[in-house]
Unconditional design. Structure first.
Length: 430
């Protein structure tokens, strides 16, 4: 069990998965709306690319872009000895696969690791995919609680029936929040406590954006944030010791169609066949990353030209251009594509459509529902609110990103943060 923060300073983070900023409204999210008016509201906050939960989780955990931390989306291609194969980063065994294939999990320290350097600890509770949960602390420096399996320091398995019983959705988030408030925030009081809600992402993937079901999921997430905030401020009314951060990892677009990119590459003679490892497409919703068995061959340029000629493609980033969107240039992944967005409004008044790249491992139709992964305006529109820790109320208009959350936490805890990609958020409005 965690013994509590040693110097009294703590940070509590609540993530509402996929809640885009323009959907934080008085009708659907009254508490977040009200909190945003009396706390620090970051009105130009952005996600990373790909704008997927697993890549975002690693970014929030490290304060670094995917180019540095190494988790390149919801899916990635790994060479585990028999050539490149696309794997889901959400599977419980993916961190172990990544470690075996590359010699490590994330390439940079997480908040959990940094806290351990100082004799402090972190506790994470998540109701999202195992990958998104585990990459908060993939090497086990603190505690991670998840339905697929929980562990403590040293990645020692923890018997945890409460987490094992969780299901994604409103009810599961509610049960997790009750436990998070009472046991984690109040009783165990670690230096860092993180809770990652499944909503409104879970409902957004299974119903139209803005539908009654989706709006109910937003309202439920709003209630969960309120419960945690009220617990935090009951323990620290003045906000001097506990920094409270709430936000989302990305937004969503409505899915217009599914693109069979593998099939297109095969038809064009740019890929040998289904399941071949010469070119491996890693679908990431409204984006894709492409891996090459021979990353220095002219096939990379030919594939990039083919993608750029497609009307469903937005922007194509190849080789050194990957650096401009925070992706590495020294791996078998040599091309990333974000799909074209349409500024149209769905039947429930929510703006933004985009195609997705078909995932052969996922047969569930997502047409007409929400998805993310690319650089679309709505995908790149998470919200962020910070309260306590010396933050003055008011809107900050300067661009901020997920990479800025970790250094903000570290500054509050009086720990070094100069080696992250991000910067501690400004305490003063402006």
């Amino acid at each position: 069990m965690a013994a509590g923060a040693k110097n009294g300073r703590r940070a509590v983070i609540v993530i509402c998965d996929s809640l885009r900023r323009d959907l934080v409204t008085p009708d659907d999210a009254p508490f977040l709306t009200e909190l945003g008016e009396r706390a620090a509201w970051f009105g130009a906050h952005r996600s990373v690319f790909p704008s997927t939960t697993r890549a975002s989780a690693a970014t929030i955990a490290t304060g670094c872009l995917p180019a540095r931390h190494g988790l390149l989306g919801n899916t990635m291609a790994l060479d585990e000895g028999e050539g490149l194969v696309c794997r889901s980063a959400g599977h419980p065994d993916f961190p172990d696969r990544m470690r075996r294939a590359t010699g490590r999990t994330l390439r940079v320290p997480t908040l959990a690791e940094r806290l351990r350097w100082h004799g402090e600890t972190s506790i994470s509770c998540a109701n999202v995919s195992p990958g998104a949960a585990y990459f908060q602390d993939p090497d086990g420096y603190g505690w991670v609680y998840h339905s697929a399996g929980s562990y403590g320091p040293g990645r020692r398995p923890v018997e945890d029936p409460a987490s094992a019983a969780l299901k994604k959705g409103i009810d599961g988030d509610k049960a997790m929040t009750e436990r998070f408030c009472a046991e984690i925030v109040e009783e165990r009081a670690p230096a860092l406590a993180i809770m990652w809600l499944s909503e409104p992402d879970y409902t957004g993937h299974h119903s139209p954006l803005g539908s009654p079901q989706h709006r109910a999921a937003i309202a439920a997430a709003d209630r969960r944030v309120r419960e945690v905030y009220e617990t935090v401020r009951r323990l620290d009314p003045g906000g001097d010791e506990i920094l409270f951060v709430t936000g989302s990892d990305h937004g969503m677009e409505t899915v217009a169609e599914a693109i069979d990119l593998d099939g297109m590459l095969i038809a064009e003679g740019l890929k040998q066949g289904t399941g071949s490892g010469d070119v491996v497409v890693a679908p990431n919703g409204t984006a894709a990353t492409l891996y090459f068995a021979d990353p220095d061959s002219d096939r990379v340029a030919r594939v990039a030209r083919f993608l750029a000629a497609q009307d469903w493609a937005g922007e194509v980033f190849a080789r050194t251009a990957l650096e401009s969107v925070g992706l590495p240039t020294d791996t078998p992944m040599r091309i990333a594509v974000t799909l074209a967005n349409a500024d149209e409004i769905n039947q429930h008044g929510v703006r933004g459509y985009s195609p997705i790249v078909k995932d052969p491992a996922d047969n569930e139709s997502k047409i007409g529902f929400g998805q993310h992964g690319g650089l679309g305006a709505n995908e790149q529109r998470p919200f962020l609110i910070v309260d306590g820790g010396g933050f003055a109320p008011g809107e900050r208009r300067m661009p901020t990103s997920l990479i800025d959350i970790a250094p903000t936490v570290l500054r509050h805890l009086h720990m070094d943060h100069d080696d992250t990609d991000g910067h501690a958020l400004p305490r003063e409005a402006g």
